[in-house]
Design a protein. Structure first.
Ligand code: SF4
Length: 120
């Protein structure tokens, strides 16, 4: 894909970016519509290797709630989101769990861990 329009989600301003393939640029892409440099990095990454932090919940036993909030401690490739959610839906942990405890190390070989978002 040589050109893509998107909204930058790095900050609440939400600039409308246009990312275009451009061999004249060192990165190979030019970005317009960004109000700051972070938009350039975001736009190129979103076009070439989009990633997302996953937030969800897993089942927990022996706790006052039935589900424990979890998140990945880094962004994983967007193409793995579905597989990641399928894996998360099979997990059951047992209290006590502390915020930051690793629930799944190196989830789907991404180098990113799934961790507890709160203690329970
Ligand atoms: S380009 Fe900069 S100012 Fe615009 S939304 Fe992204 S981070 Fe915010």
């Amino acid at each position: 894909m040589d050109k893509k329009e998107m909204i930058c989600i790095v900050c609440p301003i939400g600039c409308h970016l246009t990312v275009t393939k451009d061999d004249g640029e060192p990165s190979g892409y030019s970005v317009t519509g960004n109000k700051c440099k972070r938009g350039i990095e975001y736009g190129i990454k979103e076009l070439t290797n989009p990633t997302r932090v996953i937030t969800s919940t897993v089942k927990i036993k022996n706790a006052h709630l039935k589900r424990l909030p979890v998140k990945t401690n880094g962004a994983i490739p967007k193409g793995l989101n579905f597989e990641c959610m399928r894996l998360i839906n099979t997990i059951e942990v047992v209290a006590p769990i502390k915020m930051g405890d690793v629930i799944v190390k190196n989830i789907l070989d991404t180098g990113v861990d799934l961790v507890a978002s709160r203690s329970m």
